[in-house]
Design a protein around this ligand. Structure first.
Ligand code: HEC
Length: 282
C-alpha cells in the first residue's frame, strides 16, 4: 500500500513538473503552433533526405543568402549532403573573398572548399541598415534555436516546422483575426508565426522562384520544406551518425544484459541451490 502511494506521488510530481516546463515553453512563443510536417530525419531511425537537402541548398543560394549568412558551414561540408569533391570546388569558385596582396592592397581570390560561406553584409550595422533596422539572423543553428522540446511530444515545437510555417504564414493585409489593436509598422509584414506577428522580412518565397534540376515543382510549401531540411542539416550535421551509433550501443547493451543475466545465474547457482560451499574450491 505504502509503495503504491509513493509511486502515485512520484507520478503526480513528474506530470506537474513537465506541465510547468511545457507551459513555460508555450509562454515564450506567440501565435499559433506550427503545423507538423513529415521529415525522414525524425525519430530514432531518422535519416537525411539528401534530395530535399540539396534542393534546400539551392533555395538558400538563390534566395535566402542575399540576406542570411551561414557562418558555421564550410563548402567542404557539402560533401556530406551528397556533392562530389569536384562539385564542391565548383560551388566554392562562385564566391569571392577579399585578401591583401604583397603590397598590402586589397585583392580578391575565388573560394576554396576549406572556406566558409561568406556573409552577405560587411557587418551587423550594414545588415540592419538594409533591412528596416532588423538583423537577418545567421542560419547555421537556426533550426535548433527555434526548437522547443517538451516532455510531451505533442507539446513540442520543431525548428523545421517553424521555418515552413513562417514561409507560409504571410498575409497581404492585417487579417480580421489579428490581436485587438494590432498595427503594422512601416516596412513591416504580417506573419502569423513570427513573434508578435510583425516581421521586417518581406515574404521571401513565391511559386516557381527557383527551377529544381530534378523537376520537383517549386511551390512555396516545397521550397520551404526543402530549405527547412537544409537548415536542419546545417544545425545538426552529425545527426545520422549519432543516431546510428546510438542504435548500435542499444543493441550491444541488449545482448550484454542477456549475457550478464546468465553469467549472474551461473555464478550464484551453487549458493542458490544451498549446496555446501567449500571456500577453498572457489
Ligand atoms: C531581403 C532580405 C531577406 C531575405 C532574402 C530572406 N530573409 Fe529571412 N529575415 C530577414 C530579416 C530582416 C529578418 C529579421 C526579421 C525581424 O526581426 O523582424 C529575417 C528573419 C528570418 C528568420 C528568423 C525568424 C525568427 O524567428 O527570428 C528566418 C527563419 C528566416 N528569416 C528565414 C528565411 C528564409 C528561409 C529565407 C529564404 C527562403 C529568407 N529568410 C530570406 C531578411 C531576409
Amino acid at each position: 500500500m505504502m509503495k503504491n502511494i509513493k509511486i502515485k506521488g512520484l507520478l503526480a510530481a513528474v506530470v506537474a513538473v513537465s506541465a510547468i516546463i511545457s507551459s513555460a515553453h508555450a509562454a515564450t512563443s506567440t501565435g499559433p503552433k506550427p503545423p507538423r510536417n513529415e521529415y525522414t530525419s525524425a525519430g530514432i531511425f531518422g535519416k537525411w533526405d539528401y534530395a530535399s537537402i540539396q534542393r534546400g541548398f539551392q533555395v538558400y543560394v538563390e534566395v535566402c543568402s542575399a540576406c542570411h549568412s551561414l557562418e558555421l558551414v564550410a563548402f567542404r561540408s557539402l560533401e556530406d549532403i551528397g556533392y562530389s569533391e569536384d562539385e564542391v570546388k565548383a560551388i566554392a569558385l562562385e564566391y569571392e573573398f577579399a585578401e591583401l596582396d604583397e603590397f598590402g592592397d586589397e585583392t580578391f581570390r575565388t573560394g576554396l572548399p576549406s572556406d566558409y560561406f561568406p556573409a552577405p553584409f560587411e557587418n551587423d550595422i550594414q545588415a540592419r541598415a538594409s533591412n528596416n533596422g532588423s538583423l537577418p539572423p545567421d542560419f547555421s543553428t537556426m533550426v535548433k534555436a527555434r526548437e522547443h522540446l517538451s516532455f510531451f511530444p505533442w507539446a513540442s515545437t520543431y525548428g523545421e516546422d517553424y521555418i515552413v510555417a513562417l514561409m507560409e504564414g504571410y498575409e497581404d493585409e492585417v487579417p480580421a483575426d489579428a490581436p485587438e489593436g494590432f498595427e503594422l509598422g512601416d516596412g513591416m509584414y504580417f506573419n502569423y508565426y513570427f513573434p508578435d506577428y510583425a516581421t521586417a522580412m518581406a515574404p521571401p518565397l513565391f511559386d516557381d522562384m527557383v527551377v529544381y534540376e530534378d523537376g520537383t515543382p517549386a511551390t512555396i510549401h516545397q521550397m520551404a520544406y526543402d530549405i527547412a531540411n537544409f537548415m536542419a542539416w546545417a544545425s545538426d550535421p552529425t545527426m545520422q551518425e549519432r543516431k546510428e551509433l546510438g542504435l548500435r550501443v542499444m543493441l550491444f547493451m541488449f545482448v550484454f544484459v542477456i549475457l550478464l543475466y546468465f553469467t549472474n545465474k551461473r555464478v550464484w547457482s551453487k549458493v542458490k541451490k544451498g549446496d555446501d560451499i567449500d571456500p577453498s574450491k572457489l
